[in-house]
Write a protein that binds this ligand. Structure first.
Ligand code: TYD
Length: 210
């Protein structure tokens, strides 16, 4: 695959969205074509699926159905948008991807990391991120940021113990994929976080991997 696939992961409220915009500017300045997208969502069909998953009225959605809906939304997203963009040599920056499913559904919902990985093998069609940024921030601090911002969706309404599990799950993934997943200290200022990300990207680009 010719393009570069970057994913952004971390607890709700860790500041991913702001940094995605910063990273887009960085690549545009270097004349790379950039596609920004997000999960769940990214295509019309995937956004429909997203609204089912995040609807506060669907409080009886089973955990397994939830995991399969995320994977279904991802399958459409990969096939319709991510894969073609990478084949065309573009930089794809995705707000959340399969690691979110592994952590939220596999670890925090306790479906099992291996089960969620195997469901997602169908969805991914061999596509994996080249580099993943984990926005490391204490779940309590991330929740404080989020609560001050807007009304909360179904997953954000989970109590703090759920968000602590999510955080633990990410730490496990970090150990499992030390090359692909880079830890970013997201408690720092916007500029400091941006600099951490850019220096990781520069190191990656200098490695001649893209
Ligand atoms: P979203 O509203 O996009 O916001 P943010 O990334 O800013 O928190 O979050 C969607 C929610 O869906 C979020 O709480 C994480 C969750 N999620 C999963 O549980 N599994 C997944 O596979 C994905 C992609 C997201």
């Amino acid at each position: 695959m010719k393009g570069l696939f970057i994913t952004m992961e971390g607890p709700d409220g860790s500041g991913k969205t702001t940094q995605i915009e910063e990273l887009k500017k960085f690549f545009n300045d270097k004349a790379y074509e950039v596609v920004i997208t997000r999960e769940p969502g990214g295509t019309d069909i995937s956004e429909h699926i997203r609204s089912i998953i995040l609807d506060v009225n669907n409080d009886n959605l089973s955990y397994m159905a939830e995991a399969l809906l995320y994977a279904a939304s991802r399958a459409q997203h990969v096939e319709e948008k991510i894969k073609p963009a990478l084949e065309a040599g573009k930089v794809v920056i995705c707000d959340r991807f399969v690691d979110s499913s592994i952590v939220y559904q596999g670890y925090a919902r306790k479906i099992g990391i291996e089960v969620v990985e195997s469901i997602n093998r169908f969805a991914l069609m061999g596509i994996q991120p080249d580099i993943t940024f984990f926005f490391d921030i204490r779940p309590e601090d991330a929740m404080d940021r989020k609560v001050s911002q807007k009304s909360l969706d179904r997953l954000e309404k989970e109590d703090i113990s759920f968000h602590k599990l999510v955080y633990e799950g990410y730490k496990i993934l970090l150990k499992r994929y030390p090359k692909r997943i880079r830890r970013i200290d997201a408690s720092k200022s916007i500029d400091e976080v941006k600099n951490q990300i850019i220096s990781e990207i520069n190191r990656f680009l200098e490695g001649g991997l893209y």
